[in-house]
Design a protein around this ligand. Structure first.
Ligand code: MGD
Ligand code: MGD
Ligand code: SF4
Ligand code: MO
Length: 707
């Protein structure tokens, strides 16, 4: 292809940093600075800088693989591999019905792929059993946002608004490690005289930047937010006019908060009453303020209520739908936002429509050219789907996730995956889950294909193809096209991303996440467009315009809710919530809390980043972070292997002893498979609304290990 730099975006996290890719003469690709993208202005973290290493032939899949009679994965032709998948899925459907075929997607998929995967499941397979890893990511924040605001978009404002705010509370986000270039916005906030408050049971790199760091006991953010709201009321800091004009449901939420006395909240969270008062003062005194949550408070069996409590705090103080103020969720994966809008979620149709809404079904069925009654209903959530493998669900098509490492109670899920009649995996590398498949298909990567992603700000971006993929590798869209044809759908599954996007525009038109006014051309010219962006003018299509002057295109919506919220009456809704315990509180047998998360140099299940030498050198393996007091009680020194045991299993990793964590809590990153796999331990207790598993707390005991 061309030898000049192609402006595009990073394959990894939701920041979707801009970068330039230039093919080098030796066949490799150089990642260069791209200063024109406002989110990162050229800055990249180590993962982005080294992303091109995963394009190399020696680390990636280069041929389809099928399992031979001896049980070994061996190279095969595309025809043989695709035939095997069509036969495997087709056989299950014929013998056990369409709902015995499952589909599992990922938030790393482009909008075009996520859309096509959802359509493939419902139209070709006819199954309701589709969900994706985003359920493990920000589903609690999404559920809470829809309840309160009538709409879920990660941030309702661009990142550039953060430095202009008076105070930002970051709840359970370690963005200095998980989105390093975004730290700049918070540094600028402080330079402008604003306050940064970080709430994290660990003194992370992010917490080190804070003016005030609170380290509550894991799993108590709900009580903390209720205690703050109690003080807001008691100190007469409620914005009565805003509550009256722009919200509903205040009385019940108020009564619930009044039941959470600061002293009671102090006992639950471990955060002292004076500290709580200080947060209230810092949050309420400036003219504007924000609350941003990430996985800390969300990945709990009460994540939806917890986010609801933080939103209540914003509403009571008039900090939502106003300039430089608001609640936002920092989404995680490259297309974590778009991936949840276009139909790979169990209950969803494109445009953030609901699968159980008759009008939504009719609209999308028309775009797809099928009978609305032929569309299946809502299916199971991600963990429930994985848990049903080998029983109700006999065959699975998996695209862009590695649940053997990333699902809660992973040993059980691994055993469920092994018990399937048939598993097909599309991936760029041979992940731990792909190793268990009957057929593995090698697919093209970000630099080799064009597509759109939607970053954490709701900004739709064009990720451009910069190089030609190696021989023998096909795109996910080509795979779905071929499978559809083999399963009886000759049409409706184009392989050209722009053609898919044109259909997605129509399918999303009129939905909450309306992309109908967005085109590839606009994305290229405008460096991204914020949704909703309906086609203009309302009611007229391009053919009907005649020769007159072209109407101004809709500019997109960088800031939501400034005039009204997306609820039927335009008011934001308070939700009455009360503290409750985590699903598994410590006891005599399992006296310590385990929490899990990330380190800067590894990404997710590590399938990609564990294949990059520079990143492995920086973060070579799992560890157990624990306080010196806990280490002393255990008799463990730095680097000693420590066994962490929960009701689900046992993991072993070296001790990393630090004052930066509470003495009642240990932390493990979840990026590795094998003995140090954190998810062997985690508790799949689900949030009743979002069905999010409780990745962030479970009870464990520690043991020393003889070596
Ligand atoms: N380097 C790197 N960056 C990534 C990723 C990656 O894997 N690696 N993944 C991307 C994705 S998909 C996501 S979702 C984001 C996640 O981004 P973050 O949410 O920032 O990441 P985590 O490390 O999971 O959790 C954040 C913090 O929550 C804290 N925490 C644990 N329990 C609790 C609790 O009960 N309450 C509170 N308040 N805090 C708690 C942890 O100590 C941790 O520091 O990162 C994205 N960026
Ligand atoms: N204990 C614990 N567990 C967690 C979390 C936690 O905080 N603690 N966080 C959870 C969260 S927030 C998330 S998002 C999940 C993520 O966990 P996973 O869903 O396992 O995410 P990845 O490791 O990114 O897996 C993506 C896979 O898809 C492949 N891939 C990348 N791009 C493409 C593509 O375009 N097409 C195809 N076909 N494949 C592709 C990659 O090589 C990789 O194998 O983990 C969850 N698990
Ligand atoms: S912060 Fe995220 S998007 Fe930016 S370079 Fe790092 S991984 Fe890529
Ligand atoms: Mo995530």
């Amino acid at each position: 292809m061309q030898n000049t730099a192609t402006p595009t975006h990073c394959p990894y996290c939701a920041l979707q940093c801009g970068m330039n890719l230039t093919p080098a003469p030796d066949g490799t690709v150089e990642v260069g600075e791209r200063a024109d993208f406002p989110v990162n202005r050229g800055a990249l973290c180590g993962k982005g800088r080294t992303a091109a290493s995963v394009l190399a032939r020696n680390v990636r899949l280069t041929s389809p693989l099928v399992r031979d009679e001896g049980g070994t994965l061996v190279p095969a032709s595309w025809d043989e591999a695709l035939e095997k998948i069509a036969a495997g899925l087709g056989r299950t459907r014929a013998e056990h019905g369409p709902d015995a075929v499952g589909v599992f997607g990922g938030g790393g998929l482009t909008n075009e792929k996520a859309y096509t995967l959802g359509k493939f499941a419902r139209v070709v397979l006819g199954t309701s059993q589709i969900d994706y890893n985003g359920r493990f990511c920000m589903s609690s924040a999404a559920a809470a946002g829809i309840k309160a605001f009538g709409l879920d978009r990660g941030l309702p404002f661009p990142l550039e608004d953060i430095p202009k705010s008076g105070c930002v509370i970051l709840v359970g986000s370690n963005l200095a490690e998980t989105m390093p270039p975004s730290l700049r916005f918070f540094t600028e906030l402080k330079e402008n005289g604003g306050t940064l408050i970080v709430i994290d049971p660990r003194r992370t790199k992010t917490a080190e930047q804070a003016d005030l760091h609170l380290a509550p006991r894991p799993g108590t953010d709900l009580a903390l937010a209720l205690g703050l709201l109690h003080l807001v009321i008691a100190e007469g800091r409620v914005d009565e006019e805003y509550v009256r004009d722009r919200t509903s449901g205040w009385e019940d939420a108020r009564a619930a908060a009044m039941a959470h006395w600061p002293e009671y909240v102090e006992r639950i969270t471990g955060v002292s009453v004076p500290r709580l008062r200080e947060v209230v003062r810092l949050f309420c005194e400036p003219e504007s303020a924000m609350v941003l949550t990430a996985r800390g408070p969300e990945q709990q069996s009460k994540g939806t209520d917890t986010v609801g409590a933080w939103i209540n705090l914003c509403l009571a103080t008039g900090r939502a739908g106003r300039p430089r103020s608001g609640y936002g969720c920092l989404t995680g994966q490259g297309n974590g936002q778009g991936g949840r809008e276009h139909g790979q979620k169990a209950d969803q149709l494109p445009g953030y429509r609901k699968l159980d809404d008759p009008a939504a079904r009719a609209h999308v069925a028309e775009v797809w050219g099928v009978d609305p009654d032929s569309l299946p209903g809502p299916g199971r959530s991600a963990y429930e789907l994985l848990d049903a493998l080998g029983t109700d669900i006999r065959s699975l098509l998996l695209m862009a996730s590695n649940p053997v490492v990333s699902a809660p109670r992973a040993a059980h899920i691994e055993e469920r995956i092994r018990s399937l009649d048939f598993l097909a995996v599309c991936d760029v590398v041979l992940s731990e889950t792909a190793e268990l498949a009957d057929v593995v298909l090698p697919v093209t990567q970000w630099a080799e294909e064009t597509g759109t992603t939607t970053n954490l700000e709701g900004r739709v971006l064009l990720r451009r193809r910069a190089i030609t993929p190696p021989e023998g590798i096909r795109s996910d869209l080509e795979v779905l096209h071929e499978l559809a044809a083999r399963l009886g759908a000759e049409k409706g599954f184009p392989t050209d991303p722009e053609e898919v996007f044109e259909e997605l525009r129509r399918a999303s038109a009129g939905g909450a996440a309306d992309y109908s006014g967005i085109t590839y051309r606009r994305l290229a010219e405008e460096n991204g467009v914020f949704w909703p962006c309906p086609a203009e003018p309302a009611g007229a299509d391009e053919d009907a315009l005649g020769g007159g002057e072209a109407p101004a295109a809709h500019p997109g919506t960088p800031r939501l809710f400034l005039d009204r919220f997306a609820t039927p009456d335009g008011r934001a809704r308070f939700v009455p919530v009360s503290h409750r315990a985590t699903a598994e509180e410590p006891d005599e047998e399992y006296p310590v809390l385990l929490t899990t998360g990330r380190v800067v140099a590894q990404y997710q299940s590590g399938a990609q980043t564990r294949r990059v030498a520079e990143l492995n050198a920086a973060a070579p393996g799992p560890f157990v972070e624990l306080h010196p007091r806990l280490a002393a009680r255990l008799g463990a020194s730095e680097g000693d292997p420590v066994a962490v045991v929960s009701r689900r299993g046992r993991a072993v990793a070296p001790a990393r002893i630090t004052h930066a964590i509470r003495p009642d809590t240990v932390f493990m990153p979840f990026h590795w498979a094998g003995e140090g796999r954190a998810n062997t331990l985690t508790n799949p207790a689900l949030d009743p609304t979002s069905r999010m598993p409780e990745f962030k707390t479970c009870a464990v005991r520690l043991e020393t290990v003889e070596r």
